[in-house]
Design a protein around this ligand. Structure first.
Ligand SMILES: CSC[C@H]1O[C@H](OP(=O)(O)O)[C@H](O)[C@@H]1O
Length: 365
């Protein structure tokens, strides 16, 4: 990956060949380019943002989504705010932009982790020029660290699965939502593990839940995996139980939006039911997430703010009615899986086995 000091204005994917390919965002110095994920897979349309307000709106509207990608985009939004700030109140202007970005979505702690990191840099800056330089460098660092974390987590996961020796039989897995390059700084979290399994000829098949109502699975995960030539079978969310009943799937591998101190995990709606199914069918349940997703300030998942989005997302698809107009809808877009239903939590800092016993304290103090 380019050294930000040498080419701070053009962020290109990591030089590691394993990270080439799909990206969700591109930093171009004075602007951030986002692949509009609302239009995939039909259209690959990039939008250009030059203000923090534009980035905040893009996060809220899910132009860009996925816990790590949200944090990275928000960090670049702060860098854009510094570029636009002027006059004696420049620091206050940037702090206002941070507040606006923080209000874009409530559940993924990566957003607040990234903004707190940017605010710490801001508070250490005396002059505007210095702030512009240092905030851009910090945003690029957050981006690069996330990509490196994904590559590391893939290694940790295969080792924890007992598959890194290379003499194992290929496995079938099931995944939910999208946790790939489109949700991160590149390569992916759960999908990064799946990419690594494929790279090492250890993957027989991926079942991808379509993931109603926003369809991250059918529109994004299937798109990423087909582009990479990875054997994916798309399934309705309701088919997951029947797939597990066949006995073919060895692991369910998912991402996370927030992991609390006791190991509870907030993730895309439908994750909790998969964890119950996994336990019933004696299938491994693995959560893959960078440490920027861990929130040790929260004791348990009961404290995680769960985003509810417009009922329209359930009643319609692309403006086509799927339900009676105005019918009441319950649309929480995340749920909480209790730690005692999780077998492994994989982070770049290491693996937590059976988080239901000691939570995250072994790795995160
Ligand atoms: C590695 S992405 C983590 C997480 O983010 C997704 O949510 P959304 O698409 O609403 O931003 C989903 O919960 C993924 O598992």
């Amino acid at each position: 990956m380019n050294n930000p000091k040498e080419s701070p204005s053009l962020h290109t994917p990591c030089s590691d060949p394993r990270s080439a390919g799909t990206v969700a965002l591109r930093w171009q110095g004075a602007r951030l380019e986002l692949l509009d994920q609302r239009l995939l897979p039909a259209q690959e349309h990039w939008i250009t943002l030059e203000t923090a307000a534009g980035v905040a709106q893009s996060i809220h509207d899910m132009v860009v989504r996925g816990a790590p990608a949200i944090g990275i985009s928000a960090a670049y939004g702060v860098a854009l705010a510094a570029r636009k700030a002027e006059g004696d109140d420049w620091q206050a202007e940037v702090k206002m932009a941070i507040r606006e970005l923080a209000a874009s979505r409530p559940t993924a702690v990566n957003l607040f982790w990234a903004l707190q990191r940017m605010e710490r840099v801001l508070e250490g800056c005396v002059a505007l020029d210095e702030a512009r330089q240092r905030l851009e460098g910090e945003a690029v660092a957050i981006h690069e660290e996330d990509l490196a974390a994904n590559l590391a987590m893939a290694d940790h996961a295969l080792e924890a699965m007992g598959l890194s020796s290379g003499n194992s039989s290929p496995v079938s897995v099931l995944t939910h939502c999208n946790t790939g390059a489109l949700a991160t700084g590149g390569y992916g979290t759960a999908l990064g593990v799946i990419r690594r399994l494929h790279e090492k000829q250890l993957l027989k098949q991926v079942y991808a839940d379509e993931t109603r109502p926003w369809l991250q699975g059918s529109r994004l995960t299937a798109w990423e995996l087909v582009r990479d030539g990875i054997p994916v079978t798309l399934n309705a969310d309701g088919a997951a139980a029947a797939i597990l009943a066949t006995g073919e799937v060895r692991w369910i591998i998912v991402g996370a939006d927030r992991i609390t101190a006791n190991g509870d995990v907030a993730n895309k709606i439908g994750t909790y039911s998969l964890a119950v199914l996994a336990r019933h069918h004696k299938v491994g349940f693995m959560v893959v997430a960078p440490s920027s997703t861990v929130d040790m300030a929260l004791k348990s998942g009961a404290e995680i703010p769960i985003e509810e989005r417009d009922g329209k997302e359930v009643r319609e698809i692309r403006g086509i009615a799927l339900a009676p107009e105005g019918v009441p809808v319950f649309n929480p877009v995340f749920d909480v899986t209790p730690a005692n239903l999780i077998d492994l939590i994989v982070t770049e800092k290491g693996v937590v086995q059976n988080p239901g016993t000691s939570g995250m304290h072994g790795l995160f103090g």
